[in-house]
Ligand binder design. Structure first.
Ligand code: HDE
Length: 692
């Protein structure tokens, strides 16, 4: 923000985009700069008389308010964003001339938006859903948008099917529900009539679809792109964002309860982490391969329902991304940011992936309907940070004041110095001249796209047993929400081709007979197990970035709280104090401890691990409170590490929580809740919530 005097001496206060800022204290004006005396009362004829039409102050205020909302994104409506930077750690000029990858240590500013897909803007953060992971790099060669997801494959192979896919998952058209949910008839109907979706469905029914935090989520460019180097040589490339805190998820029962306790769970987490200086970070890995290698694979690299296993082409880490600044204004930045997969820069090019090709049109098109003008690129968050020149002019909401006479090319006026003209360029985006003869025009699906089950099977079989249990439980839950029998049967007929045992467990869970298997377009094969596909097998062994909840009462021992706090500080773990009243408690020593959350509004689902530290008297009080019992029961059912003071054992007993390896005595090991904050005791799950 800056303050400057105009020639006439008027002081202008502007933000980074040149927009007016309200700092408090300045006289209020209309949008046209007229100072106004009163922003609270409309202009009336007499003290109790009618409001006058001439009140332009009132009319302008209401007029602007009436038009504050813009259409929400047709998909990915609910999201949150942040500014940051990408830093090159391993330059790859031999592979690409893309500017972010040229020099070690070179930093490029980025804006990132994370989102859910199906829900409306006002829905919750924790539905079972894919998460968007869209990154805008503001490079010296223009904006490059890597518009990805937290799942490396997609439901469909051809953009032609996208409107149908989205119609099927959105609230059903006759009744307008369910909101932000895939567990309903129309979605499963579409899915089970589109077997190409089976691989993506395995991911969607896995824990990947209920991330603990955006900070603990990997991202993927999904499509195969092309890298092009300065000599014009191309290779195929796939992009992966790998979270520094590694991927972690919540349990389904937690997700359901979090959506009630804090529908903004993921958004708040990102905001708090960044504003507290705990800046989230990802590595960017690339998988690079050539056309010959691609031609030998049992799948087509142009098919977005397939991934390239990391065991076959390991990730080469080329940089890191840090998000270090939350937007100043949610609407101006996060809501108005417009990502375009068609935004590529010299060194990055598309492939013939038919899903990607459709996206190249859709995103540009949708911004016009969402942001209302072809000039959406002038909105500060969308504007390139490098020089930009062309002869496109005018249009709604034109904010540039183009000067000079020539608004066309070729022109000779430029030479006369009246117009700057296009930037002289020996460095520019040149489409990779794919020389392949693609044959006659036809509407069809390539034969090489026909195997719908092998990678779905590979994903399922690469999971640990608890992860497989979660997939079985998720599909059982979803299909139990499906009312139409034939849809369940259709779905199960495909699931049999993925894994017989999984399908049998789901059928048992629903309580129906296993139908015949669907006839595959191409017989699946057993691909090699890929550990990289499992969250559990690639999990972190550090609790950094997690949050511990400490439930206290009057008389709680100071030393126990202190031990947790100091262990947490050393480990980069956050601690929140929870008490019956927000005003806090008086500890054993007589010290007052303020609470960060009121017990009734801060259930244990908000934390990765908990400590329940009541005094003798406090434990008796807690035993009478339903939220206290839920706090303990849920922490136990959600397989978390629990530290308890001796009196709190009674609370555990009251909720039938049998102490096990993840229940620790505060007298012995108060910091255990910090040490195990990134872990769950999976063996407890069979006891408390067995999968079918
Ligand atoms: Fe999108 N998608 N998409 N999508 N998508 C949109 O563009 C679309 C697909 C993704 O935070 C829309 O600006 C088509 C794959 C993200 O602003 C829209 C197809 C992947 C975001 C659109 C796909 C994505 C969007 C709606 C199939 C992962 C949010 C608003 C051909 C690689 C971006 C907008 C943000 C948003 C179309 C498939 C990711 C309608 C036609 C595959 C992260 O244009």
């Amino acid at each position: 923000m800056s303050s400057e005097k105009t020639q006439s001496g008027i002081e202008m206060t502007t933000g980074s985009g040149g927009e007016p800022q309200q700092r408090g204290g300045e006289p209020l004006t209309t949008n046209h700069g007229v100072p106004i005396p009163d922003n609270q009362n409309s202009l009336k004829s007499g003290e109790r008389g009618p409001t006058l039409l001439e009140d332009f102050v009132l009319r302008e205020k209401i007029f602007h308010f009436d038009h504050e909302r813009i259409p929400e994104r047709i998909v990915h409506a609910r999201g949150t964003g942040a500014h940051g930077y990408f830093e090159c750690t391993d330059p790859i000029p031999e592979l690409t001339m893309a500017q972010p990858f040229q020099k070690k240590g070179m930093k490029v500013p980025v804006f990132v938006r994370f989102s859910t897909v199906a829900g409306s803007k006002g829905s919750k953060d924790t539905p079972r859903d894919v998460r968007g992971f869209a990154v805008k790099f503001y490079t010296e060669d223009g904006n490059w948008d890597l518009v990805g997801n937290n799942i490396p494959v997609f439901f469909i192979q051809d953009a032609m099917k996208f409107p149908d896919l989205i119609h099927s998952v959105k609230p059903e058209s006759d009744r307008g529900f369910p909101q932000a949910a895939s567990a309903h008839d129309t979605f499963w109907d579409f899915i089970s009539l589109s077997p190409e979706s089976m691989h993506m469905m395995m991911w969607l029914m896995s824990d990947r679809a209920i991330p603990r935090s955006f900070r603990m989520m990997d991202g993927f460019g999904v499509h195969t792109f092309r890298f092009v180097n300065a000599s014009g040589e191309a290779t195929f490339v796939k992009f992966h964002w790998r979270a520094k805190l590694r991927a972690q998820s919540v349990l389904w029962d937690e997700a359901v309860k979090i959506s009630g306790a804090d529908p903004d769970y993921n958004r708040r987490d990102l905001f708090e982490a960044i504003t507290m200086g705990d800046c989230p970070e990802w590595e960017l890995g690339v998988q690079v391969f050539d056309e010959d290698w691609a031609a030998e694979q049992p799948y087509d690299v142009l098919d977005a329902t397939k991934l390239v296993p990391e065991e076959d082409i390991p990730l080469r880490i080329v940089g890191r991304m840090v998000l270090d600044r939350y937007p100043d204004n949610f609407f101006a930045e996060t809501e108005q940011v417009a990502f375009l997969p068609s935004n590529v820069i010299p060194g990055i090019d598309f492939t013939e992936d038919p899903l990607l090709q459709g996206r190249l049109f859709s995103y540009l098109d949708t911004q016009k309907s969402r942001l209302g003008t072809t000039n959406f690129h002038q909105i500060p968050v969308n504007a390139p940070k490098c020089p930009m020149h062309n002869f496109q002019r005018d249009g709604m909401m034109q904010t540039y004041v183009h000067t000079g006479r020539a608004n066309y090319e070729p022109n000779s006026l430029y030479k006369a110095g009246e117009e700057t003209g296009p930037r002289p360029a020996d460095h520019h985006f040149a489409t990779y001249p794919d020389a392949e003869d693609h044959g006659p025009k036809r509407r069809l699906r390539a034969e090489t796209f026909a195997d719908h089950y092998s990678q779905a099977r590979q994903f399922y079989r690469s999971q640990t047993p608890p992860e497989q249990d979660h997939i079985v439980a998720a599909i059982t839950f979803e299909l139990s929400k499906v009312d139409l029998d034939h849809v369940r049967v259709q779905a199960l007929s495909h699931l049999r081709n993925v894994d017989e045992d999984m399908a049998a467990r789901i059928a048992k869970g629903i309580g129906i007979d296993l139908p015949d298997a669907a006839t595959p377009a191409k017989a699946p094969f057993d691909a090699q197990i890929s550990d990289a596909l499992s969250i559990h097998k690639t999990a972190t062994d550090e609790p950094m970035g997690r949050m511990v909840g400490v439930l206290v009462t009057d008389g709680t021992e100071d030393a126990q709280v202190e031990a947790i706090r100091s262990a947490a500080e050393a480990a980069g773990v956050r601690v929140q104090i929870v008490a019956e009243k927000r005003g806090g408690v008086t500890l054993e020593s007589g010290t007052h401890l303020m609470a960060d959350g009121q017990l009734a509004g801060t259930p244990s689902v908000m934390f990765d691990a908990v400590a329940i530290l009541p005094s003798e008297e406090g434990a008796k009080d807690l035993a009478k409170l339903a939220p206290a019992k839920d706090f303990a029961a849920d922490a136990f059912a959600h397989l978390k590490a629990i530290v308890v003071s001796a009196p709190a054992k009674a609370l555990l007993e009251a909720v039938d929580a049998e102490p096990d390896d993840f229940v620790f005595m505060a007298e012995d090991d108060p910091a255990a809740c910090v040490e195990h904050a990134h872990e769950r005791l999976w063996s407890r799950e069979a006891m408390v919530n067995p999968a079918p």
